[in-house]
Design a protein around this ligand. Structure first.
Ligand SMILES: Nc1ncnc2c1ncn2[C@@H]1O[C@H](COP(=O)(O)OP(=O)(O)OP(=O)(O)O)[C@@H](O)[C@H]1O
Length: 247
């Protein structure tokens, strides 16, 4: 089960400098945390991996299947950084709509939407219009949208941003409850409480991979004398050197 970006070049505008240039990346198994300062290219990487943006050059594949195909879309879930509420849709309709877009039948999408909402503790808001939700609730709708169609890889762009501490815990429990064959690649600025739970850590800076390896490898960069509980933060800062850490 391999999601692979091979020699991808991507720019937002025709004449602007590429954000990712000849960029190659293979998503590791398990849970991978994507770190990097603001503007490093994390969201761009996730959008290419999700197939919502197409590289100017290079290929994006999942087990050899190209990213513009229906089976790729079904296998790969994406939670964008910015979730836009849809005024006419309730929370359950919104999540079911994502399932339907991913190729589920209407009835299956409707059924699975209820289950996905219960996993993010939003069952009681199922009938609420998405425009009436708080920022943190909307993030949870985004997570439910990524869970609804039982994808084989979840690409989550800052899923915990704006979530309260209880909901961060629920989110971590949700990740832990995923079956072993589901891969997760998620960007975050929340280094401290997530790096220890990840199998792999990838650090991106200025469109380049600065570090990719096991969490253990990542934490080996922790400077001696780091305060207890700040090991991940220390490792991240050490890897970025004097650059802006974006923490
Ligand atoms: N829609 C856009 N149009 C033009 N440039 C963009 C657009 N989105 C991102 N960029 C640029 O692409 C680069 C990478 O942005 P990206 O959003 O991938 O970074 P990021 O690592 O996800 O940052 P953050 O941590 O702030 O979310 C930045 O220089 C940014 O200004």
């Amino acid at each position: 089960m391999t999601l692979e970006l091979a020699s991808c070049t991507y720019a937002y505008r025709r004449w602007s400098a590429p954000v990712l240039d000849d960029f190659s990346f293979t998503a590791p198994s398990g849970l991978t945390i994507l770190l990097g300062p603001n503007g490093a290219g994390k969201s761009t990487l996730l959008k290419l991996a999700a197939g919502v943006s197409r590289p100017r050059r290079g290929t994006v594949t999942f087990d050899g299947v190209a990213s513009h195909t229906k089976s790729y879309r079904r296998a790969v879930a994406w939670m964008p950084q910015h979730i836009s509420p849809l005024p006419s849709l309730t929370v359950r309709e919104y999540v079911a709509y994502i399932g339907w877009l991913k190729g589920m039948s209407r009835s299956e999408a409707w059924e699975q939407a209820a289950q996905a909402l219960s996993r993010v503790e939003l069952d009681d808001q199922a009938g609420t219009k998405t425009t009436r939700l708080s920022g943190g609730q909307l993030r949870r709708v985004g997570v439910a949208g990524a869970l609804v169609h039982k994808a084989r890889i979840l690409l989550l762009d800052e899923p915990t941003a704006g979530m309260d501490p209880r909901q961060r815990r629920v989110f971590r429990d949700t990740l832990n409850s995923l079956t072993e064959d589901v891969q997760v690649l998620m960007s975050t600025h929340d280094v401290t409480d997530l790096a220890e739970e990840a199998d792999h850590v990838v650090v991106v800076s200025a469109g380049r991979i600065l570090h990719a390896g096991s969490t253990e490898d990542f934490l080996a960069h922790t400077p001696s004398g780091s305060a207890p509980g700040r090991a991940a933060e220390g490792a991240y800062s050490a890897l970025l050197g004097s650059e802006e850490t974006g923490l």
